[in-house]
Structures are given as structure tokens and as C-alpha cells.
Design a protein around this ligand. Structure first.
Ligand SMILES: *Cc1c(COP(=O)(O)O)cnc(C)c1O
Length: 388
């Protein structure tokens, strides 16, 4: 039998990291000692007090049943408390907070709630691929706004044609940013709120990296800006903050209509996050945050090994203020893909070509700080031996 795939599947580019995983597996099979700086998945374990909390919650029979669609009340209350403590933002836990099975799940379902076929979303480029792909799944189209170095990798909202802005339904933003490592300040978020109000846009801010910052820098929430809750929803995740990518726990907060719309889609698709995982999430958010400071310190040490090493090798890398990504320009004469293949074939180092995140990412590669300092030092030594 031949099962013809739906148009939306045939239109898919190969998922970026799937391709990288395949190349890496090929090299490993050949016996190469591969250093993987390709995927943004923390290598450090989940802190013990969070694992202990899951173990305890997993013993409770009530937790074995279907969870609530929108999330456990206790988890939502605790999320609202965390937002107040961390950002000074007030949230109603029952109408302005939604538990997610990882923030990717929520980001992916949002367009189904708000995009009709033919509608437009304004999407950054380069970016996490989910915003664009799931807009397409909902039948919408993306207008790409380039993130350029000369603008600090912030989109130039004034460059968006007004007919595009008028037609668009959703504006996606993501700071601290994957893949560029850029951060956004209050003035940018204020401009976003003004722009959204002027053009009647729903703002979707992906805030997965607010807790992964260096040198005392504290990224802000979009919702700290006056008026943001009138227009926006913010996605957060426990994945990166507490090394919990495998656990699948995140949340969406903000405008009640937007949160409610996403909740309506989700209740028809999934049945919520495992209660025991939400219980462990409460432990993560409510406990002493020294594990977060420890995580930041480890990434800082890795960064301190990587950046000067790359610079000595002639790569103009700059340290990010937040995220565990280093977004570096490739040497003259190389494309993103050429340079990632050189690093892979000649040095056994997996990196991600910037062009894989969108055309304006051409000329860059992304390195993730997800291996030990010793392995980073080894990577740097290998790169310094290359000639390019
Ligand atoms: C890692 C990441 C997420 C978080 O995904 P989860 O589904 O919560 O694990 C969201 N957005 C971006 C940009 C990311 O890099």
C-alpha cells in the first residue's frame, strides 16, 4: 500500500537536529571521538532534590490517574508565585497560567488556536524552527523578520511593511535568544507592546532561557512591561533551568484569552502533564535556587574556556550575556554549512550551521555549551590545529 503523506508533511524541511544526529552517528560508528556542540540539551543531571520529589510523588496512587487538562492547581499557583518573586509580575493562577508538556508542545499548538488558513504570522529568522513550522501546520504563512548583528539580533519592527503587520495575527519573539544568544531590554519589549497594540497582534514570547544568564545579568519577562498582558503570552520551561529536558514540563502565562485558547486546543489533543512531574516541578520552583546559580557557574567556566580559545584560532566569537549558545561568524570564504562540515570532518566537532535556523543565519555557526570544560578545551585545541 502507498500512503501519500499530507501536504504539510511533504512541505517539511528535514528537522535540523535529526540531520545532525544522523551525521554524528555516522562518525561515531567510524570510531571518531566526536565532541557534540550541536544540540541544546543540558548534559548535567537534574538536581537530586527534584528527582527525590518525583520519586515520592510517583508513589501516590492519585497521581497515576489522568491529570487536569490545564494543569494541577498547586503547580499553577506555584508558577504564579514564582513569576511574582522572579519578575514582579502578577498572574491569576486559574485563568492566566497553563501547564505544558514542555514549552515546545505549547508553542506548537498556539497557531492552531489563532491562525486560520491564509493568516500570517511574523516570525524571527534565524529562529527555533517550531514557530514557523507550526504556523504552516495551521495553514498559515510566515513573514520572516531578520535578526541582524547590527541591530543586536533584535528585529527592526519599523521594517515590517504596514500591510503585513495589519494582516498578521501573531508576532513571535524569543529572548534570551536561541540561536544568537542575544538579549532584549525593556525598551525593546515596550516597542513590541506598542507595535502589537497598533496592529492588533498577539505576541508570543518564548522565554525558555531567562534563568540561564551570566555575570549577574537578569533577563526580564516580557510581561514586566505595562500593557504586555493585554497582547501577549509567554512560554517558559523547566527544561533548561533545571536540566529537565527529558521530563517534559513547561508553562504558558499571560493574557487569559490567549491562554484559554491554547488550553482549548490542548484539551482536545493531550491530557495534561503527569501529576508527579508537576509535583517535582513545584519542588524545583519553590526550593532554594542555588542549583540554578551552580548551573550558571558551570556554563560560565565553559564559556571562559571556549571564547578565548576560538579567538586565538581566529574565530571572532563573542560571549553571550545569556543562553548556552555561542553564535559565531564563520571565517572568510566559508558558508555556514562549509564550516560546520570542516569542523565535523577535520576535527570531529558537531556544531549547527546558522543557515539551518533561517537564511539570515548564513555566515554563522552555533555552538552549545553542553559538554564539560575539558571537552571544550579539547575542541578548542582541535580547532586551533585547523587551517582555514
Ligand atoms: C529548548 C527550547 C525550548 C524549550 O523546550 P521544552 O519543550 O520546554 O523542552 C523552547 N524554546 C526554545 C527557543 C528552546 O531553545
Amino acid at each position: 500500500m502507498a500512503f501519500e503523506k499530507a501536504e504539510r508533511v511533504r512541505l517539511l524541511p528535514p528537522y535540523l537536529f535529526q540531520e545532525i544526529d544522523r551525521l554524528k552517528a555516522e562518525l561515531v560508528a567510524k570510531g571518531v571521538d566526536v565532541i557534540n556542540l550541536g544540540v541544546g540539551d543540558p548534559d548535567l543531571p537534574t538536581p537530586k532534590h527534584i528527582i527525590d520529589s518525583l520519586n515520592k510523588a510517583a508513589q501516590v496512587p492519585a497521581n497515576h490517574q489522568y491529570p487536569s487538562y490545564s494543569g494541577m492547581d498547586d503547580f499553577k499557583v506555584c508558577t504564579a508565585r514564582w513569576y511574582k518573586r522572579r519578575f514582579g509580575v502578577d498572574l491569576d493562577p486559574y485563568s492566566e497560567v497553563l501547564t505544558l508538556i514542555g514549552s515546545k508542545e505549547g508553542l506548537a499548538h498556539l497557531p492552531l488556536a489563532f491562525i486560520n488558513p491564509g493568516d500570517l504570522a511574523i516570525v524571527p529568522s534565524p529562529a527555533y524552527p517550531v514557530y514557523h513550522i507550526t504556523t504552516m501546520f495551521a495553514g498559515g504563512e510566515s513573514f520572516f523578520m531578520p535578526l541582524l548583528r547590527e541591530n543586536g539580533f533584535l528585529p527592526d519592527l519599523s521594517a515590517i511593511p504596514s500591510d503585513v503587520a495589519r494582516r498578521a495575527k501573531i508576532l513571535f519573539i524569543n529572548y534570551p535568544n536561541n540561536p544568537t544568544g542575544a538579549v532584549a531590554g525593556r525598551d525593546f519589549f515596550e516597542r513590541v507592546v506598542d507595535f502589537a497594540k497598533e496592529y492588533d497582534l498577539l505576541v508570543c514570547h518564548d522565554a525558555a532561557y531567562t534563568e540561564m544568564a551570566f555575570g549577574g545579568y537578569k533577563p526580564m519577562s516580557f510581561l514586566e512591561v505595562p500593557g504586555a498582558k493585554d497582547v501577549g503570552i509567554e512560554f517558559h520551561s523547566l527544561s533548561k533551568t533545571y536540566n529537565m529536558t527529558g521530563w517534559r514540563l513547561g508553562f504558558a502565562v499571560g493574557n487569559a484569552q490567549i491562554v484559554g485558547g491554547l488550553g482549548q486546543i490542548k484539551s482536545n489533543i493531550d491530557s495534561g502533564a503527569f501529576n508527579a512531574v508537576q509535583q517535582a516541578g513545584i519542588t524545583a520552583l519553590e526550593s532554594d535556587q542555588s542549583c540554578v546559580a551552580e548551573m550558571q557557574k558551570i556554563y560560565q567556566e565553559r564559556l571562559d574556556a571556549l571564547i578565548p580559545g576560538l579567538r586565538r584560532a581566529g574565530i571572532e566569537a563573542e560571549a553571550p550575556k545569556a543562553t548556552f549558545y555561542v553564535w559565531c561568524p564563520v571565517p572568510k570564504g566559508y558558508t555556514s554549512k562549509d564550516f560546520t562540515s570542516l569542523l565535523l570532518k577535520e576535527a570531529g566537532i558537531v556544531t549547527t550551521p546558522g543557515s539551518g535556523f533561517g537564511a539570515p543565519g548564513e555566515g554563522y555557526i552555533r555552538m552549545a555549551l553542553t559538554v564539560s570544560k575539558e571537552r571544550i578545551e579539547e575542541a578548542v585545541a582541535r580547532i586551533q590545529k585547523l587551517s582555514f
